[in-house]
Design a binder for this molecule. Sequence first.
Ligand SMILES: C[S@@+](CC[C@H](N)C(=O)[O-])C[C@H]1O[C@@H](n2cnc3c(N)ncnc32)[C@H](O)[C@@H]1O
Length: 588
Amino acid sequence: MTRNNPPRSSGGRSGRSGRTSGAKPGQVAHPRWSNRPSRPAATDREGLTAQTAPLAPAEDRPAARPERERPSRDGGQGKAAGGGAPGGKGAASGKGAAPGKGGAPGKGGSAGGSGKKGAGAGSGAGAAGRKPARKQAVRPPKALRTAQPAMRTPSGEPLVGERYEVEVGPVAHGGGHCVARHEGRVLFVRHALPGERVIAEVTEGTTTSRFLRADAVEVLEAAKDRIPAPCPFAGPGKCGGCDWQHVTPGGQRKLKAQVLTEQLAKLAGLTPAEAGWDGSVEPVGGKLQAGEVPAWRTRVQYAVDEEGSVGLRKHRSHDIQPIDRCLIASEGVTELGIESRDWTGVATIEAIASSGSSDRQIVLRPAPGEQLPLVELDQPVSISRVDEQDLFHRVHGRTFVRERAAGRTWRISNGGFWQIHPEAPDTLVAAVLDGLDPQWGENALDLYCGVGLFAGALAERVGDDGAVLGIESAKQAVVDARHNLATLDNVRIECDRVETLLPRTGITSTDLIVLDPPRAGAGRETVAHLAGLEARRIAYVACDPAALARDLAFFREGGYRPVSLRAFDLFPMTHHFECVAILEPVAS
Ligand SMILES: C[S@@+](CC[C@H](N)C(=O)[O-])C[C@H]1O[C@@H](n2cnc3c(N)ncnc32)[C@H](O)[C@@H]1O
C-alpha cells in the first residue's frame, strides 16, 4: 500500500543547496563546433549555464527546481479541452515554434471545483498545500494545467441539437471528424466515417457560424470499416479521449494516411511519392483484429467530478465522462485502481506507469480551495502535487519515473515529456538512425531534445570523434537529459528555446540534425536557420501532420527535400500519429 506521508518538504527544494555546480567532470562535451566563433554561454531564467546548473537531487529527496511544458504532445499528447478549429488551420497558420513555457509560474486557480473543504485536511499532503510557492518550483506539463474556458458570445441563432441527414465526406485533419455539408454549410462530424449516411446532431454552432460541429447519432448506411465501439464510454456526447473506437484498426490507419496525404498535398504540394512515403501508417506492436483494443497509454490524465468520482473529459468540454476503466490505459495504469477510489478534493490526476521499470507516479492537482486528501493506493506509487500556481511538489516517493529505451535508462521528472506508447521511443529512434545513418566523427544537433532520447542514440553512433548538442527549453528536462547522458562525453545539452539559442550559438554548419518540436512545429524562421547549416541529412519527428507539411514547404524554400517519410500508429484509437521525415539537400 502506498499513502502520502505526513508533512515533509513540499518539494521545490533549491537545487543550489545540494551541488553548486551541475556539471560533472567530463559531462559537458566540447564538440568540434567549439573551434568555430565563440558563443555566449546559454543561460536559463535563473542565469545558470550548462556548466553551473545544478544536477537533479537523489531520488529519495524532494524535487530540485522541478519544471517544464506537455507533450502535451499532449505529451504529446495531452490535449486541452476546446481545441482549435478543425482542418489543421491552427498548425498550418502558426508563425513559428510555440514558445516553451517551462519555468514561468502560471496563473493560479482552475475552472470548476466544488468549494468543499478537503477530505483528509490536515494530512501531510494537505499541510503541504499551505506552504507558499517556492521560487525553484516550475510549471508542470501543459496537460497538468487546467484550461480556462474561452469567453465568447456567439452571434446568430443556436443550432445545437438540430439534426440533419448528411452524406459523410473525407476525414479532416485533427479531432477525429469527417467533413459533411448540409445546405451548403460545412459540418465537422465525429463518430462518422467517410462514405456513410448518418443523422448528424449539431453540438456547436449557430446560424452565422462558418462551420458547425456535430456528432453522428444514427448511422443510416455504415462504412465497411465500422465496428461497434469496444469501449462503453466512447460515442456521441461521451469520453473525448478516443476518436476512432468505432473503426477497425486497419481502417483507423487508413484514415490517418488520408489525413497525411491531404496535408502533404495542401501545405507542401507533395504527393506521397514525392515525399518518399509509401502511403501507409505502420502499425506498432503488431496488427490488431477488429474489436481488439491495445492497452498502450502509459500516462492517463483523469478528471474528478464534484462527487469525487474519476472520469475523462468529454470532447471539447470541461464536462467529465465518469469511467470505471479506460481500455487504452496500460496494465500498469489500470492496476493503480484510480477509478475505484474516492478523489474528493482533487481536480485532476495524472497516472504514469513506466513501461521500462516498476516506477509508478501520480500527479495530483487539488480542487481549488481544497487541501490534498490523504491518498492510499494498493500499489507502491510516488505522489506529487501541482499547486494553484502550477508549481510541482513532491508528496511521497520519487519525483520521476525511469524508462528503458535505446539501450539506456532514462529519468523523466515531474510528469515531463516522454512518449506515451511503450514502443514509441525505440520505434522513433530506429527510424531516425536508419534515415540519418550517422557516421563516426559527425556532429549532430538534437533540437527540442526533451530528456535526451535522440541525443543519446546519436552520441553512440558518432562516437568520441563526433559531438551532439541538444537544445531543450524545459529546465527540468534539461537537468534530466544531463543526468541521463552523463556518461557520454560527446554530448552537451543547453537550456533555451531553439529559436532563441540557435542563432546565438555561432554554429554555421553541422552534419546531422534531429528536430522533434511540439505540435506547433518548428516554423519558418527556425527552419530557415536549420536549412542554412548545410546538414547532410535532417530527421524531422512530427506529431502533427499539418505542421510537418507546412515545415516541409519551408525546408523546400531552404533547399531541402524529403527523401523518406514514415508514419507510425503510436496512438491507436485516437486520430494522432507520429511521422519521421528524412530530408536531404535538393542538390544531392
Ligand atoms: C515532442 S517533445 C520531444 C522530446 C524528445 N525529443 C523526446 O522524444 O523525448 C518536444 C520537446 O520540446 C520542448 N520545447 C517546446 N518548445 C520548445 C522550444 N521553443 N525550444 C526548445 N524546446 C522546446 C518541450 O519541452 C519538449 O520537451
